[in-house]
Each structure stands twice: as structure tokens, then as C-alpha cells.
Design a protein around this ligand. Structure first.
Ligand SMILES: Cc1cc2nc3c(=O)[nH]c(=O)nc-3n(C[C@H](O)[C@H](O)[C@H](O)COP(=O)(O)OP(=O)(O)OC[C@H]3O[C@@H](n4cnc5c(N)ncnc54)[C@H](O)[C@@H]3O)c2cc1C
Length: 423
């Protein structure tokens, strides 16, 4: 039986991986010139690194299984990392009980309530009641208005903009939980990476797939998915039509409204909102900070946080910082030129680390990924079209594992589920 997978990100590759184990013959179509999607890597001034920073957590079980299967589990490394918070014009330690108590900017009651949020989030198992609430209401009900304004408001507003009031509590809870559970103790955060970066995993997967006879077509975007009378007829690529027994799409589902030929089915995908992400990667002459993740609440800095990647990756010698800008489709930033973005990032970094001089900025790269971040409204799973939306056609993306946030491991987990359940 022959199947086509649309999308060569972790999910598409993992579906291919599990499908060949079941004896399927597999073709993978990827519109980009490299595999990986949001997990793709590139040559950044001599360092092969992710276009978008990646770290792993102790709960990423599906990923660990895959690494073992591929024989590269020994390359998974753990690092004790710490978090900072730029508030009141200073970079303060954050993310463990002592730092929280010392944090300048909150009263003791707010701090205790915030500590409770972090603890409670790691213990909560049944999230069904959170699925009916909005993140802002839920956060305020636990930590109070004051702590919400200091610790969360900027993070949500600079990630979701006009959609911030729509985000579900279950999604935000899950994000707090994932990092909260990736600890050696309440004082020690521990995050993971694979030596050589995510490229090591993508390369191992694609090598295995190719050796198993899978055809991987790069630079081949699927233009049309042909569906008639609720059944798959084939796919169209560069004007040619190809027939398959089954087709599985892993591309962001909001694109499907323009790709599926059956109007009725296409219309099921039109009401899903996504933001783009622009991630600026910067190489510095000296280390930026001792913190890995830095949250920011400052009226002059219009980003929710930044990632000091070198505090995680011991296999990279350069000092690398990622600045993610989440962008709604109407964002003015998307219209700005490269030099504007670079200057903006320089200003931000120099404000946070006063020792940085212009000559410390060695290299920049600006990467944009369209439809990178879904807006997860309450009861999100009930709004999604079924995975098996027409006979022999299946469609899902990173939002199908709500309330989990986008993650490499979650894409692998759902890939395995799809193969077990539908193939
Ligand atoms: C800024 C950022 C930071 C992240 N940080 C982390 C992290 O720290 N840890 C972690 O685990 N995860 C992280 N992620 C998430 C992780 O990268 C994703 O969960 C993962 O890549 C999703 O894989 P996927 O295959 O489901 O989707 P994608 O990676 O989106 O892959 C979809 C693929 O489909 C292709 N495609 C689109 N349209 C077509 C078409 N018409 N025809 C053919 N192909 C098409 C795309 O080019 C892409 O390759 C991050 C993501 C971003 C954006």
C-alpha cells in the first residue's frame, strides 16, 4: 500500500518512520529545500544550528523512544539551566523559590501565590475544567492582578497581541507544567539538547527513511489535495497529479482551505488563527548572560523574552542569542527591512546587558516561519475537524496535540498515534 505524507517536519518524518515499520511504501513531499520545518537548521556564520532555538524537557518521552530507536539516545545531554527576568531595568534571577522571594517588584503575598501556581501546575492532572477558562482569568484568579501584570501580561500580549484574551487556561497551564517538571529538584531546572542540535535527529531520521526506500522530495510543495465525493482522488504537485492509497497532511491546517479541492471540506479549516514568528539569531563576541531563558517586562522592549542559547548548548562554542518576535498577519514589523530589525535587536540586548558594545555583535540572521503559533481557544479540540476528514485522507498539525504546546516530542507522539490508529 502506498501513502504520501505532506510536510517533512518532525511529524511527517516520524509518520514515515512508523509507517514503514508497518510495511507501507512511503513518499514524503516537502516544499522547503531542507527537512525539519520549524525544527530545521542552517549554517549560521560557521555554526550549524536551529533556525528556531530548541530545548527538551524531562517529559518528552516520545522523543526519547525515537532517539533510542535511531541509536542516538546517548547524544541527549542535560544541563542545569536557570532563568532570568528583566524587570525594573535590571536582570533578576527567577524560576526557583529563593529567586522568587528575592524578586524586586512584588509583595510577599503575590510571590507566595505565584509559587503556588508553579507547584499546583505540576501536580494538576485533570485539565478539563481549565479547558473552559481563559488563561488571563485563570492566572489572575491564582496569582492576583498585581502579579499577573508584572509577570504575565507582557508575555501574553507580546505573543498573542489581539488574540491574548482568547487563549485557553489549559494551554498556558501545560506550558508552566512542562518546564516545571523538567527539574532535578525545586531549586534546579534541567533542560536537554541533542549533541549537534535538532539536525542530528532530523538527519538520523531522514537517513533511516531513505535507506528503507522512502522517497523524500524536497522543493516539492503539494499544491492541491484532490477530494471528490468525500474521498481522496490524489495530490497535485507542479501541475502533475499523483495517486496514492492514503495521504496524510502535516502542514498547518489553516493552509488546507486553499489546497483541498472539495469546497465543503476546505471550509472546515478556515476559522483557525495562526501567528507567524520571526526569530533573530545573533552571534556575540562575549557571553550575554548566565541565564538561559530571560523573560522581559519593560515598556521599551517589545518582546516577551529571549533565549541565551549558549547557556544550554555546551557543544557550541559561539555565543548565540535568539530573539523571537511573534507576529500577527497585520504586524508592521513584517514590513520593516533587515537593518531596522537588526538595530532594534541591538538596542534591546544593549539595554539588558549594559556591557555590550556595537563591536560585540558578530553576526545576525533573521528567520521567518509562517503559521508557527496557533491561537488555542478554550475547548480547542472540539473545534478541530477530525483527523480522518475524508476517505483515505488524514490531516493534522501541531495544534492537534492541544493542550500541549508545539514540541518536537509531541509531533513524534501524535505521528505514532496516527500510524497506530489509522494505518
Ligand atoms: C520559535 C520556535 C521555538 C521552538 N522551540 C522548541 C523547543 O524548544 N522544543 C521543542 O521540542 N519544540 C520547539 N518548537 C516546536 C517544534 O519546532 C515543532 O513542534 C515541530 O517542528 C513541529 O513539527 P511538525 O512536523 O509537526 O510541523 P512543522 O515543523 O511545521 O513541519 C511542517 C512541514 O510542512 C512543510 N509544508 C508546508 N506546506 C507544505 C506543502 N504545501 N507541501 C509540502 N510541504 C509543506 C513545511 O515546510 C514544514 O517542513 C519551536 C518552534 C518554534 C517556531
Amino acid at each position: 500500500m502506498k501513502i504520501a505524507i505532506i510536510g517533512g517536519g518532525p511529524m511527517g518524518l516520524a509518520i514515515g518512520y512508523y509507517a514503514i515499520k508497518k510495511g507501507y511504501s512511503v513518499d514524503i513531499y516537502e516544499k522547503d529545500n531542507v527537512l525539519g520545518g520549524m525544527s530545521a537548521s542552517f549554517d549560521f556564520d560557521g555554526d550549524i544550528i536551529e533556525k528556531y532555538y530548541h530545548f527538551f524537557c524531562k517529559t518528552d518521552m516520545a522523543l526519547f523512544e525515537l532517539l533510542k530507536d535511531l541509536g542516538i539516545y546517548h547524544l541527549l545531554k542535560w544541563k542545569n539551566t536557570s532563568m532570568g527576568f528583566y524587570y525594573k531595568q535590571k536582570l533578576q534571577p527567577f524560576g526557583d523559590p529563593i529567586s522568587l522571594l528575592k524578586f524586586d517588584g512584588l509583595d510577599i503575598i503575590s510571590k507566595l501565590r505565584y509559587g503556588f501556581l508553579a507547584f499546583y501546575s505540576t501536580k494538576l492532572k485533570n485539565w478539563s475544567s481549565l479547558d473552559r477558562k481563559y488563561a488571563i482569568d485563570w492566572l489572575k484568579s491564582i496569582i492576583g492582578e498585581k502579579a499577573y501584570n508584572v509577570l504575565w501580561d507582557k508575555l501574553l500580549s507580546l505573543k498573542f497581541y489581539q488574540y491574548q484574551t482568547k487563549v485557553s487556561a489549559a494551554w498556558i497551564w501545560n506550558r508552566i507544567k512542562r518546564v516545571g517538571l523538567s527539574r532535578d529538584s525545586i531549586f534546579k531546572e534541567s533542560l536537554g539538547y541533542v549533541e549537534g542540535g535538532v539536525k542530528t535527529i532530523i538527519d538520523a531520521l531522514s537517513t533511516h527513511l531513505k535507506e528503507s526506500g522512502v522517497n523524500i522530495y524536497l522543493n516539492k510543495g503539494v499544491d492541491k489535495i484532490l477530494i471528490e465525493n468525500n474521498a481522496l482522488k490524489g495530490i497535485e504537485v507542479e501541475g502533475e497529479i499523483f495517486s496514492y492509497d492514503k495521504v496524510i497532511s502535516t502542514i498547518p491546517i489553516n493552509i488546507l482551505q486553499h489546497v483541498i479541492t472539495d469546497k465543503n471540506i476546505a471550509s472546515k479549516y478556515k476559522d483557525f488563527t495562526y501567528l507567524d514568528v520571526m526569530c533573530v539569531v545573533i552571534k556575540l563576541r562575549k557571553p550575554f548572560s548566565r541565564y538561559f531563558w530571560i523573560n522581559i517586562n519593560d515598556d521599551e522592549i517589545k518582546i516577551p523574552g529571549l533565549i541565551n542559547y549558549s547557556a544550554l548548548r555546551e557543544d557550541i562554542k559561539s555565543n548565540i542569542v535568539y530573539i523571537p518576535f511573534y507576529l500577527p498577519k497585520d504586524s508592521e514589523l513584517l514590513k520593516k527591512d533587515e537593518s531596522f530589525i537588526k538595530d532594534l535587536c541591538k538596542t534591546y540586548l544593549k539595554k539588558i546587558n549594559k556591557d555590550l558594545k556595537d563591536e560585540d555583535f558578530l553576526a545576525f540572521s533573521i528567520n521567518i516561519y509562517k503559521n508557527a503559533q496557533g491561537v488555542y481557544e478554550p475547548l480547542y479540540l472540539y473545534k478541530l475537524p477530525p483527523i480522518n476528514v475524508a476517505k483515505d485522507f488524514y490531516a493534522l498539525d501541531t495544534t492537534y496535540y492541544y493542550p500541549e504546546d508545539r514540541g518536537f516530542s509531541e509531533s513524534v507522539r501524535i505521528a505514532k498515534y496516527v500510524v497506530d490508529r489509522y494505518l
